[in-house]
Design a protein around this ligand. Structure first.
Ligand code: B12
Ligand code: SF4
Ligand code: SF4
Length: 345
């Protein structure tokens, strides 16, 4: 009598399906409590997470998939490339490349759900818990463990061919799957990212102080930005790509194949005066369906004021003078600061 039970999917069947669904990289790690929990605990104890309170919640759990998924046996790490975009031209605002198109959380959700269905069709009753970015998972250490890439000195996950323009997600399952070997570090003696970081946020190789990072300041930090940091923020209005732009592993990264990541109108090279004047409805329009929605309306206007101050273009004076009277004190104070920068010799 043949065995009527459904056959469990193999690691290679899952990987083929992942690539078919549009993931660019996939690797598998055995689920266990990762030693990376120690680094995260120290990071949080030092306060380097700033106001990201969610990062301080249960660091040990973030490194142990068993805490989110009882019976976790394997972590399937998945990456999608958004390589191929260029920096915005001089005089315009800069939006980090990952955020210029459709919100990657939506792109991941659809594909992760499809991969979960594939797994559960083949293995009914199997647990297949998915996440991309928002769950209590240390995504880079898992991707490194699963051989998807190594965590570079700029603290981003890098793949030898795909570079670091990768976004990550994962499925934690109770299926025991053949695991890949962890990725090796290929940073060598290079220190380009450490030298290039405009605000000194990369405090040592492989270490970041989020409180100094332009990405944190423009996206996560809701209040006034430390005046000492503002002059070094350039024209970044959402996120920052400097430590990836200088990385040699990105110079030949092939363009990603996800059309949804193509820049939306207004996000490829934003007009800074328009952003400073952005109305509530304009904000909803320009950020709809994109990751830029993470930053609140006033934060984008605050970021535009800093960028205009750094640009030093006196043509922006009337818009800054108007914004200096804005009822929102966050916008008004940053506009006054920017006007002061225009006065500087
Ligand atoms: C918090 C967070 C941030 C914070 C902190 C950044 C950071 N490096 O952690 C801020 C807001 C600054 C941020 C910025 C960005 N982020 Co972010 N972020 C996260 C989040 C939610 C958690 C990351 C985390 O756990 N950090 C905690 C610290 C302790 O971890 P760590 O820096 O990785 O430290 C590890 C190593 O550096 C190493 N280490 C630490 N100390 C030492 C010391 C020595 C000696 C050694 C050898 C190693 C070592 O061990 C640590 C643990 O493994 C993840 C999603 C997730 N759930 O994982 C996305 C995530 C990391 N972010 C992502 C992206 C895209 C970005 C930006 C590129 C966006 C942008 N363009 O503006 C920037 C990149 C800035 C940078 N240089 O890292 C992607 C990264 C993809 C990739 N290829 O790596 C992720 C994975 C989201 C996703 N699902 O795709 N982010
Ligand atoms: S994202 Fe920008 S500010 Fe943050 S570490 Fe990289 S270069 Fe520095
Ligand atoms: S710039 Fe150099 S040191 Fe920094 S992540 Fe890339 S290879 Fe590593």
């Amino acid at each position: 009598m043949p065995d009527a039970r459904p056959r469990r999917p193999t690691a290679s069947e899952i990987k083929s399906e992942a690539l078919r669904l549009g993931f660019d990289r996939v690797g598998i790690a055995r689920a266990r409590a990762l030693p990376a929990a120690r680094d995260l605990r120290k990071w949080v104890d030092d306060g380097r997470h700033g106001a990201m309170a969610y990062m301080a919640k249960n660091p040990e759990g973030r490194a142990d998939p068993g805490s989110a998924v009882p019976g976790a046996a394997s972590v399937i790490s998945l990456a999608i490339s958004y390589a191929g975009a260029a920096p915005a031209p001089a005089g315009r605002g800069q939006v980090a490349r990952y955020a210029r198109g459709a919100d990657y959380h939506d792109v991941f959700r659809r594909r992760l759900q499809a991969l979960r269905e594939f797994i559960q069709r083949a293995a009914p009753g199997a647990v297949a818990w998915w996440d991309a970015d928002t769950g209590p998972v240390m995504e880079k250490p898992w991707a490194q463990e699963a051989g998807v890439g190594w965590i570079g000195k700029n603290t981003n996950l890098i793949h030898e061919h795909a570079g670091s323009w990768l976004l990550l997600g994962e499925i934690v399952t109770d299926l025991e799957l053949d695991a890949d070997l962890p990725a090796m570090d290929h940073c060598g003696s290079c220190t380009r990212c450490l030298e290039a970081c405009p605000t000194g946020a990369l405090t040592a190789p492989y270490e970041i102080d989020a409180r100094l990072c332009i990405s944190y300041l423009t996206i996560e930090h809701r209040g006034p930005i430390d005046e000492r940091l503002r002059p070094n923020m350039g024209t970044w209005v959402f996120g920052c790509d400097v430590c990836q732009e200088v990385c040699p592993w990105n110079s030949e990264a092939p363009a990603g194949r996800e059309p949804a990541f193509a820049a939306r109108p207004g996000l490829g090279a934003p007009d800074l005066v328009e952003w400073l004047r952005l109305s509530a409805s304009g904000y909803r329009e320009v950020t709809r369906g994109t990751a830029v929605r993470r930053a609140k309306h006033a934060m984008l206007r605050r970021n535009a004021a800093i960028a205009l101050g750094n640009l030093g273009d006196t043509a922006a004076r009337p818009a800054l003078e108007e914004a200096a009277q804005d009822p929102d004190p966050l916008v008004a104070e940053h506009a006054r600061w920017a006007l002061g920068r225009l006065e500087e010799p």
